[in-house]
Design a protein around this ligand. Sequence first.
Ligand SMILES: *[C@@H]1O[C@H](CO)[C@@H](O)[C@H](O)[C@H]1NC(C)=O
Ligand SMILES: *[C@@H]1O[C@H](CO)[C@@H](O)[C@H](O)[C@H]1NC(C)=O
Ligand SMILES: *[C@@H]1O[C@H](CO)[C@@H](O)[C@H](O)[C@H]1NC(C)=O
Length: 369
Amino acid sequence: MKFIYFSFFIIFDLTLSSTTTLSDLNLDTQVLAQPVIEENWEELLVAGPLAINYIGNLMILASKCDFSLTSSSPSHVYEHIKYPNSFRMTLAQIASEIYNAFMNAHTTIERIQSSTKQIPQHLKIILKLLKSAAPSIIQVMLPKTLDTIERIPKDVANSANIIIKKYESSTALLQEVIEALADSYGVNNSVLMNMNVLVNATKELNKMQQQWSEIARYLSILTIRVETSRQTVFYELMDTINNIISMNIQLNAADRYFFVSKMLDAIIKIEQDANLLYIIAKTYYDVSSAYIVSQMSDVSKLLLLQTDDERHAAMIQLDETLLFTSAEISQIVLEQKQQYQQRNQEIQDEYKQFIQQMMFENLTASIGK
Ligand SMILES: *[C@@H]1O[C@H](CO)[C@@H](O)[C@H](O)[C@H]1NC(C)=O
Ligand SMILES: *[C@@H]1O[C@H](CO)[C@@H](O)[C@H](O)[C@H]1NC(C)=O
Ligand SMILES: *[C@@H]1O[C@H](CO)[C@@H](O)[C@H](O)[C@H]1NC(C)=O
């Protein structure tokens, strides 16, 4: 009995997991925090293959014999379980809901990966405008380009929240199954084994939900960052630009240098935030493509195993796959972490070079006078 209370405690504890909303965010403290890629990104990414391993194990167990979930109170209505007459069907339902969440996550992360990759190009356009475009062009193009950048994290934030909800509902289904098992069979040993694996699977799903909370948090940080630079630097610059246009004069090298230096810090930080999101999305997408989506779609086959030999072989296969996959993920995260750090430094260097070049041009312009 002790075990059951213990696992319920874990499950209920898991439901308190945090989902970050925009209003929770304080940009300064968020930025000081270690990015997830430096912390537990690997542990979070391994959660997918682990969850698949647990579901696979349950299916192998269930292929041997099916049983029903019968509540102690006859009038009980299950909220999430569709087929209480069959544990096997219930597992198929679980697998299908999880697959659905994984597929959704997969397509969304692909969008995040390809759209954040564009951000540096938009930032270069801003610098180019400030450096050499006519004031009237800056007046039109600068707000437009900032809009384009801001739309990138905003457009996917909603999809990220939908995925978080999908994980929540999968977790709710698993919890109901665990409760139904306890209610139907008490401390029956064979059922206890199923419950144990279900509890483990739930923990991993919760980590996958955490991944998306992290992704949603970074999308918010990026949105706020663009918004903030628009509100501070940008309006100030636009006032000056508007004045210059109304006075019908041209920008000189000193003006341009001033504009670029005003925006440079914001541009560097936006590009670094975008770099972090891109790396996170890339590692997720690579792992999801190679080790999650098709594996999850294959797992239901295990329900159809006929003999104990087949079951034994399938269990060994599942564990070998997990071992191999964990090592691969570890390597992917290590490589991407290095990429992230290296690119972060390059971003600073590139912009420093840019501003030095402008300073030099300002100098030659003033000498030439
Ligand atoms: C234990 O659970 C199994 C289902 O896994 C069921 O077939 C069996 O009758 C149960 N035994 C007892 C003693 O309740
Ligand atoms: C559940 O996970 C723990 C580690 O978190 C592991 O020690 C245990 O063997 C797992 N149980 C089952 C039944 O898979
Ligand atoms: C740019 O040149 C102007 C003179 O034309 C000078 O006053 C200004 O300090 C220079 N700015 C920089 C950053 O070199």
